[in-house]
Design a protein around this ligand. Structure first.
Ligand SMILES: O=C[C@H](O)[C@H](O)[C@H](O)COP(=O)(O)O
Length: 272
């Protein structure tokens, strides 16, 4: 295996700094129109999701994300369709859960086979860094999410401000890797060893009832826990992807075109 250094700086130049607005070309806009101080975390997720839904136009093919924040967006799309404020859209769900929700709301669904280009995808994230790079997949939907969001013209991430990190892996929570069931332990050990100098722990994901978690694609998930943020997420993603039997990882790099973050101070829109 090629030796890997995670200490080099990112291969890509940061194009956006979270709390700083460039004088020449502002990329961040903050709306303080909502008195957000007293809102719950769910209220904030809803606020971000509903703001993203405002970008939907009739005729669009939509990527429908997965998770508690994306569910607010799907629900709002359903409402707008039933009130007639929105029409002529189709959606591609990124999980069985989202598919069920969308069907129950009467959102017309298609697939990537028939609609290989997507106008707009809206989805949540587990971590968002200052470059708008992401960790996703704590809800287990990373593979379908990445397939759908990779072909989206625009990909808007919606989240509350607890998801902001200075570096990916920095939350101390799981960074998921979807692996085939065959010899999953072999891949768990390889993944742990790849990051061992950073004190990485690797665990097979188990469900709430203690059973092994199985994805919509009938695979397992190995969750990686880092003691410090990845210094070079591009190199990390590249090395993880080289292991045979690894199906996908939760690093979504260079994919988001906008991030909408709702926090106590209002709604912040960050554009690439
Ligand atoms: O697999 C799940 C997805 O990547 C979710 O979008 C992500 O985990 C964020 O979920 P939530 O909005 O529930 O925090």
């Amino acid at each position: 295996m090629a030796s890997l250094s995670f200490v080099s700086s990112s291969l890509r130049t940061p194009s956006l700094t979270l709390r700083t607005t460039s004088h020449s070309s502002p990329k961040t806009s903050v709306s303080f129109s909502v008195k957000a101080q007293s809102l719950s975390q769910d209220d904030l997720k809803k606020l971000a999701a509903e703001k993203a839904v405002q970008s939907i136009k009739p005729g669009m093919v939509l990527g429908l994300g997965t998770g508690s924040t994306a569910a607010f967006a799907v629900s709002q799309i359903g409402k707008l369709l039933s009130s007639g404020e929105l029409h002529d859209i189709v959606g591609i769900p990124t999980s069985k859960r989202t598919e069920e929700q969308a069907r129950s709301l009467g959102i017309p669904l298609v697939t990537l086979d028939t609609h290989p280009r997507i106008d707009l995808a809206i989805d949540g994230a587990d971590e968002v860094d200052p470059n708008l790079d992401l960790v996703k997949g704590r809800g287990g939907a990373l593979l379908r999410e990445k397939m759908v969001e990779a072909v989206a013209e625009r990909f808007i991430v919606v989240a509350d401000d607890t998801k902001l990190v200075e570096g990916l892996g920095g939350s101390g929570l799981a960074m998921p890797v979807e692996v085939v069931k065959f010899c999953w332990e072999f891949n768990l050990v390889r993944l742990r060893d790849l990051f061992k100098e950073f004190g990485c722990e690797a665990k097979l994901r188990v469900g709430e009832g203690g059973e092994v978690y199985v994805t919509d694609n009938s695979n397992f998930i190995v969750d990686l826990y880092f003691k410090e943020p990845l210094k070079d997420a591009v190199a990390a993603g590249w090395e993880i992807g080289k292991f045979e039997g690894v199906v996908e990882h939760g690093l979504f790099l260079g994919m988001a075109t906008s991030v909408i973050i709702a926090g106590k101070n209002g709604v912040e829109v960050m554009n690439k």
